[in-house]
Ligand binder design. Structure first.
Ligand code: IPE
Ligand code: IPE
Ligand code: MG
Length: 256
């Protein structure tokens, strides 16, 4: 039974190559992506893990381009989790240098395409050169009004929920809000994603069927889509396939 369920939500590279007809009037507004499998992609080729991260960066660019063409309004990309500090220091350092490289290479194109760059996550612990690069991109794209490219960097959902609760509690203590005013909408507004809202579709690459502390609050009714494809091999047509599957699902939200 479990295997069957898994297969229903998984696709492989071959399937995604077929010609895909999307209903452009039903494109998910917000797509969240857990970009996983960079290390295994590299290992399979006898390369160091960081080669996978470098390759993965190029895929971010391609996916942003395709999402923009399709009329997606927001893309949240899981770039580094609060748990990823457990990795070897050189790998962490390499990943922390990627935003700078990514933006140096692609920021002019992103500006051209009217993309708005955003970041969500805990700033403490992130190197200043990483924050500087991202903040510059946020600043330079803040007058754009196209696709929101939201990087989850040093992001963890339990951390996010914890800081939301802490902030709410302190505002109650200060008498700014009453405890009976706390509802789902208010809690949502304390989340780091409040600007982009809940994703309609979540994509995770690399064959892992888990959330790894990603957007636990926001994913309550999100359609989940998993693929065995490693992130560096992910293509625009894989994105199309995920959206096609999304369009073929019945979203009931508890109704009939
Ligand atoms: C995802 O790829 C990138 C980050 C988590 C930063 P991984 O580095 O987790 O690749 P695998 O899962 O080890 O193959
Ligand atoms: C999730 O991938 C984090 C990112 C993609 C940034 P991981 O590779 O860290 O997740 P686990 O450890 O396999 O759950
Ligand atoms: Mg991984």
């Amino acid at each position: 039974m479990l295997n069957k369920l898994t297969n229903l939500t998984k696709t492989n590279n071959k399937e995604s190559k077929k010609d895909i007809q999307l209903d452009l009037s039903r494109i998910p507004r917000h797509i969240a992506i857990i970009m996983d499998g960079n290390g295994r992609w590299a290992k399979k080729r006898g390369l160091p893990r960081v080669a996978g991260h470098r390759e993965g960066m190029k895929v971010v660019r391609k996916v942003v381009k395709r999402a923009n063409e399709l009329g997606v309004k927001a893309l949240t990309m899981y770039a580094f989790s609060t748990e990823n500090w457990k990795r070897p220091k050189p790998e962490v350092e390499f990943i922390m240098k990627l935003p700078e490289q990514f933006l140096l290479t692609y920021l002019p194109e992103l500006i051209e395409e009217n993309v708005q760059v955003r970041i969500m996550g805990e700033k403490k612990g992130v190197p200043s050169y990483t924050l500087k690069a991202v903040h510059e991109a946020v600043e330079r794209t803040k007058h754009n009004d196209g696709l929101i490219l939201n990087f989850a960097l040093n992001y963890g959902s339990r951390y996010e929920i914890t800081q939301a609760v802490r902030q709410l509690a302190s505002e109650i203590e200060e008498g700014k809000i009453k405890s009976e005013e706390v509802d789902e909408k208010l809690i949502g507004s304390y989340m780091m994603s409040s600007e982009v809202g809940d994703p309609e579709l979540l994509i995770r690459t690399s064959g892992e069927i888990r959330l790894s502390n990603f957007m636990l609050w926001q994913l309550a009714y999100t359609e989940l889509w998993f693929t065995d494809v490693y992130w560096p091999d992910f293509t625009a047509s894989d994105l199309d396939q995920a959206i096609l599957d999304y369009q073929n699902r019945g979203r009931r939200f508890g109704g009939v």
